[in-house]
Ligand binder design. Structure first.
Ligand code: NAD
Length: 336
């Protein structure tokens, strides 16, 4: 297949590209290599993909309408995986426009390209953050997600709504995946595991928000990648029985899906830190702080629908996953 992967230099994008390339798909990866976090890490990920003959990288911005129209005009994509976005909840408080540019303007350019060029299936990143302060555990795609707590979450919910419209109007098969705190090798420097690892190795105290009380459904990157590829291969088809986020269950005949993709085994933040401390053989000093604005208290994915439809089966324990991350971190940064 010819696959377009946006955000190819990003954490999840890099892993998804690797898997597609290994199995022989032709992949065009695009990314604007923005400076949200260290560009050298994005470039290093791309270097890992360079040896594949079936990979081409184009540096471009999905929010650039003309460039995106041109890309879809000159290339032929069977499937598209949209992972390019401005990520991060805290950053959205200071930089709201970045989320509108990449996550809304960029996403409409993706939808338009897929529509006009008859892409078989668009899979795109949504987020567990759409659940806000949902207290019904585990989080189900049938829960109400009308109360996002950050602009980031609002932009992801908007993507699901925009995708529904395009599925409905143009029969474009779309699948949104609500990722739950993804971690692992080549991970993001703005996320907790990375920040904690760096702080412990540099002998600095950890800033532990919400006094360490929240639980997160930490999900290992290989499980996520497997789920993304399985989902990409399973093209959504019109289904009158699907209710999902449709206000009136049973009325949506669009080839539109939204799934949770998590580990479905939430872990207390202090236990996550404990797993890291035991890997590093060091105990960290901790500074306990209140919850940050926009953050959500707990996350816990119900993944039964994804298991049933595509055979998704997360299998990596937090202990194994944290160890793999630490091994990668040490080899990449050369830390003791
Ligand atoms: P990431 O920041 O590592 O990857 C995103 C990539 O997209 C980056 O390389 C960035 O340079 C690129 N990008 C951003 N805006 C762009 C634009 N306008 N045009 C082209 N490229 C652009 O993040 P990630 O963790 O790999 O996340 C991938 C997707 O999954 C994102 O949509 C994110 O919101 C979503 N998500 C991730 C998590 C997680 O835990 N990692 C959780 C929920 C949702």
């Amino acid at each position: 297949m010819n696959v377009l992967v946006t955000g190819a230099a990003g954490f999840i994008g890099y892993h998804v590209c690797s898997r597609l390339l290994e199995r022989g798909d032709d992949v065009v990866g695009i990314d604007n290599l923005n400076t949200y976090y260290e560009v050298s890490l994005k470039e290093a990920r791309l270097q890992q993909l360079e040896p594949y003959d079936n990979f081409r990288f184009i540096r471009m911005d999905i929010a650039d309408r003309g460039a995106m129209e041109n890309l879809f005009e000159v290339e032929r994509f069977d499937r598209v995986v949209n992972l390019a976005a401005q990520a991060g909840v805290r950053y959205s408080l200071q930089n709201p426009h970045a989320y509108i540019d990449s996550n809304i303007q960029g996403f409409i350019n993706i939808l338009e390209g897929c529509r006009h060029h008859h892409v078989d299936h668009l899979v795109y990143a949504s987020s567990s953050s759409v659940y806000g302060a949902n207290e019904t555990m585990p989080f189900s795609v049938h829960d109400n997600v009308d109360h996002p707590l950050s602009l980031y979450a609002a932009s992801k919910k908007a993507n699901e709504l925009m995708a529904h419209t395009y599925s409905h109007l143009y029969q474009l098969p779309t699948t949104g995946l609500r990722f739950f705190t993804v971690y692992g090798p080549w991970g993001r420097p703005d996320m907790a595991l990375f920040i904690f690892t760096r702080a412990i190795l540099e002998g600095r105290p950890l800033k532990v928000f919400n006094y360490g009380r929240h639980r997160r459904d930490f999900t290992y990157i290989d499980d996520i990648t497997e789920g993304v590829i399985r989902t990409l291969d399973h093209v959504a088809s019109p289904d009158p029985g699907w209710s999902g986020l449709t206000p009136d269950p049973g009325t949506s005949r669009a080839p539109w899906r939204v799934y949770n993709i998590g580990n479905s085994k939430p872990v207390n933040l202090m236990d996550y830190i404990g797993a890291l401390e035991s890997c590093l053989g060091k105990t960290a000093e901790k500074e306990f702080l209140p919850m940050q604005p926009g953050d959500v208290p707990d996350t816990y994915a119900d993944v039964e629908q994804l298991k049933e439809d595509v055979g998704y089966c997360p299998s990596t324990s937090v202990e194994e996953g944290v160890r793999s991350f630490v091994d990668w971190y040490r080899s990449y940064y050369g830390s003791a």
